[in-house]
Design a protein around this ligand. Structure first.
Ligand SMILES: *Cc1c(COP(=O)(O)O)cnc(C)c1O
Length: 475
């Protein structure tokens, strides 16, 4: 018998592995509700995790068994119903299955020829998303890893526009011969946008924030004066639709309309806030977005597709193509009818995020997405009521969307003492592991911010959440 090659070995191993993999996946998915939000002993478990690179490996089955053991004892359960930190979405059944298939197919959607189906699904899904958010059909779009990269795309297109206003192609010439790019926004600007502006040569420190209070709400009058002071110079405006601490909005419509009277590129960061558009209960918060130039939406938040998935929408396709120009003799010619997504966005090779997005929209449609959003709105309303009605819990925002801010308040303490108490309690809640939730600030005050964006979360989960806060607060 001749020596068996790697190909034969791997094929045999995979044949054996798929059976246990199917069983493991079934088990992992079925226990999503039950697993703790956080494993309280993660640090101990991982203490001796590091080891030298093995010369001979242990084989797939042993490695995979170990991986599952590690995740069960030291992983997070962000897919589960009790993860209210950040803005964490779940995965719909269709999205989860489609995303697993994207990996099984190892599909790459850089350009049409590599995955005609995947690229067509991306175009279709982006069109459907535009329909859901009521963005103009003519806008272009691209799928990226999340809202940070969607902001990166939109602001790169904006920067390209701004350079062209100065008669320059900044993707070719760089920024050394142009003045500082003015960027106007409110205090609600997201940390990821600052990161983007930092790496795009604008500088975090060069952003003009017009805020009227220490929470960061827009001072519309000062903003209007800021626009006037531009004296016709081109500038970028960033509108924040969905602020992360309390789920508030800049006055989207007024801000866009005012900006339109000046020579501005208007970008809307609606990572989760754009989903307000999906329900008549909240659509008014994002009225007027169709008059902007670009918009960011996250998929792994409120669309409930698996990580990582976000979408950049840009009015002018040409600006994306010029900002992200990517050509070589062996690469396809760029055209908007059949876009090479790798040439209008930051990633060249890219996984088929389109599978999950297309599948969830196909499976549940416009109505399903509305039900998902309204389910979370209902949970937020229910939980806010619960907080109001519970002694020792104090509601700290007037929830407009899916974020409820509150604090533990046993009475008889100053605000400063309560800040400290809630910070300490926040650490105890994390250590406890039953719920994943973070503290933050609204103005000077420390709050728990709970964001509801997963179809899995039930009323009983948030009842238990309130009970756990009280229980740990008393210890
Ligand atoms: C979450 C969020 C981001 C960053 O999104 P990622 O998906 O983590 O990259 C940007 N802006 C807003 C408003 C967000 O809520």
């Amino acid at each position: 018998m001749g020596q068996r090659g790697l190909g034969e070995e791997f094929r045999d191993e995979l044949d054996a592995l798929v059976e246990s993999l199917a069983a493991n996946l079934t088990d992992v998915i079925r226990r999503t509700d039950e697993r703790l939000a956080l494993q309280p002993n993660a640090e101990q478990v991982l203490q001796n995790f590091k080891e030298p690179l093995p010369l001979e490996g242990c084989g797939a089955q042993v490695a995979i068994d170990r991986l599952i053991e590690l995740n069960e004892t030291a992983g997070g359960n962000t897919a589960g119903p009790k993860a209210f930190h950040f803005v964490i979405g779940g995965s719909t059944p269709a999205a989860l299955a489609a995303d697993l298939l994207a990996t099984a197919y190892d599909a790459i959607t850089y350009t049409w020829v590599l995955s005609p189906a995947g690229v067509e699904m991306e175009m279709q899904a982006l069109d459907w998303l535009k329909e859901i958010f009521e963005l103009p059909k003519e806008w272009s779009g691209v799928m990226v890893t999340g809202a940070t990269m969607a902001n990166f795309v939109c602001l790169a297109a904006g920067r390209q526009w701004w350079g062209e206003q100065h008669g320059l192609d900044v993707s070719e010439t760089g920024l050394s011969s142009v003045p500082q790019m003015p960027v106007l926004t409110s205090g609600f600007i997201h940390a990821s946008t600052l990161k983007v502006l930092a790496v795009q040569g604008v500088g975090r420190g060069n952003i003009q924030r017009f805020e009227k209070d220490d929470f960061g709400r827009l001072d519309l009058k000062a903003f209007a004066a800021g626009l006037e002071a531009l004296n016709g110079e081109p500038a970028l405006v960033i509108v924040n639709a969905g602020e992360v601490n309390a789920g508030e909005f800049d006055p989207v419509k007024e801000m866009i309309e005012l900006s339109r009277q000046h020579n501005c590129w208007v970008h809307v960061d609606g990572a989760f806030g754009l989903f307000a558009k999906v329900s008549p209960r909240t659509a008014h918060f994002v009225e007027g977005i169709e008059k902007a130039d670009s918009a960011t939406v996250d998929g792994h938040k409120w669309l409930n597709v698996p990580y990582d998935s976000g979408y950049a929408f840009v009015r002018d396709y040409g600006l994306m193509a010029r900002a992200f120009r990517y050509s070589a003799d062996y690469l396809p010619e760029e055209n908007s009818a059949r876009p090479t997504f790798g040439a209008i966005g930051p990633e060249s090779s890219r996984r088929a995020r389109s599978f999950a997005v297309w599948a969830t929209l196909k499976a549940y449609g416009r109505r399903g997405q509305r039900r998902l959003v309204e389910h979370c709105l209902d949970i937020a309303v229910y939980f806010a009521e619960r907080v109001r009605a519970t002694e020792h819990l104090e509601l700290m925002n007037d929830p407009k969307l899916n974020i409820v801010a509150f604090r533990y308040n046993p009475g008889g303490m100053s605000d400063e003492q309560l800040d400290e108490l809630n910070e300490n309690l926040g650490a105890r809640v994390i250590a406890d592991g039953r719920f994943l939730v973070g503290t933050s600030k609204i103005g000077a005050r420390t709050i728990f911010r709970s964001a509801f964006s997963n179809w899995r979360t039930r009323q009983e989960d948030v009842d238990e959440f309130a009970a756990v806060i009280l229980e740990l607060g008393q210890t």
